[in-house]
Design a protein around this ligand. Structure first.
Ligand code: FAD
Length: 289
């Protein structure tokens, strides 16, 4: 199918983009990499009257180290995340996940902002941002606000983003040295969305887990943050019984739909298995284990 009729706008600055978003409200839609929005438009599941292409806004791109925070511009592509030396050194879960998102063609255009703003439970970055306790900077003509990734997702394609707002950057508290992290994703084939995936960050000191976060992709209406799963390993040596308890808690929190990727039972089991694998790998990467 072909998309409906729309007017195309290409602002050069954030201010121009915000003015267009303010002017068009729910009739306007931001176009970033287009790898989720354009297929939706072709299916007529999205029919914006005004398309606001943010690709000419240089200020939305780039990854920078602000000391206690790593800031990723919303227009930064997955390919840029994948090849970032800064992220490889300080937050390797992001390039690790980017390598598992779609294929090079999609990664060359698809953006971190689009992945986080889209609201599709199959997107990989939301769970990772939850595990990292990242926040999103949302700007409109009325000003700027920060919202935690953990509070942003409300349902399938429903987020806290208002019609007149632009996601301008993702802010990640710089992980302390020695934090172990891992993203484990099972999919039917290279380039596919997850059957289930788990993001884990954990800190160890003297053989005890002092902090942990676990988040899940594509086993609910949104990315999930099963607190009981993280609690199951905190304060333990992350031995086999603690890992089992965390995997059980992740499965208990999962509510996947049955689809081409598998039955509810299979996808729930895979949420547990990905949690298990991600914990084991994060532990092997953590200092102080
Ligand atoms: C074949 C294929 C396989 C894929 N596999 C995966 C996968 O395995 N994992 C995965 O995570 N994704 C996958 N994707 C989706 C891909 O990662 C998309 O690029 C991503 O979901 C959206 O990013 P985008 O930059 O393309 O955004 P767009 O498609 O341009 O936009 C997506 C939505 O976000 C909004 N938006 C975008 N940027 C902003 C912003 N800065 N502020 C406010 N709103 C904004 C748009 O208005 C739109 O509603 C796949 C896509 C394809 C085509």
């Amino acid at each position: 199918m072909t998309p409906g009729v729309f007017e195309y706008h290409r602002p050069n600055t954030v201010e121009e983009a915000l003015a267009l978003l303010g002017q068009f409200g729910e009739d306007g839609k931001v176009l970033a990499g287009g790898h989720s929005l354009v297929p939706m438009m072709k299916l007529r599941l999205a029919e914006p009257a005004h398309l606001i292409d943010i690709n000419a806004i240089d200020g939305l791109r780039g990854i920078r180290d602000e000391g206690d925070v790593i800031v990723i511009g919303a227009g930064t592509t997955q390919a840029e995340v994948l090849t970032s030396d800064l992220l490889a050194k300080k937050c390797p879960i992001l390039p690790e996940a980017a390598a598992q998102i779609a294929d090079p063609q999609v990664r060359n255009c698809g953006t971190i902002g689009g992945n986080c703003a889209n609201g599709d439970p199959g997107n990989d970055d939301p769970a990772i941002m939850m595990a990292l306790d990242a926040s999103y900077t949302l700007q409109s003509q009325d000003g700027e606000r920060q919202i935690a990734a953990r509070e942003f997702y409300q349902g399938i394609y429903t987020t806290a983003l208002a019609d007149n707002e632009l996601l301008t950057e993702v802010r990640i508290p710089t992980p302390a040295e020695g934090v172990g992290m891992s993203y484990q994703k099972i999919k039917r084939k290279v380039g596919d969305y997850a059957i289930a995936a788990a993001a884990v960050t954990l800190s160890m000191s003297n053989g005890q887990c002092t902090d942990a976060a676990i988040a899940l992709t594509n086993v609910g209406d949104t990315a999930l943050l099963p607190l009981a799963a993280a609690d199951a390993i905190k304060g333990t040596s992350v031995d086999a019984s603690a890992v089992d308890a965390a995997a059980e808690a992740a499965m208990a929190a999962s509510e996947p739909v049955e689809d081409l990727r598998g039955t509810r039972e299979y996808r729930t089991a895979m949420a547990g298995q990905m949690t298990r694998q991600a914990i084991v790998e994060a532990l092997s990467r953590a200092a102080g284990s």
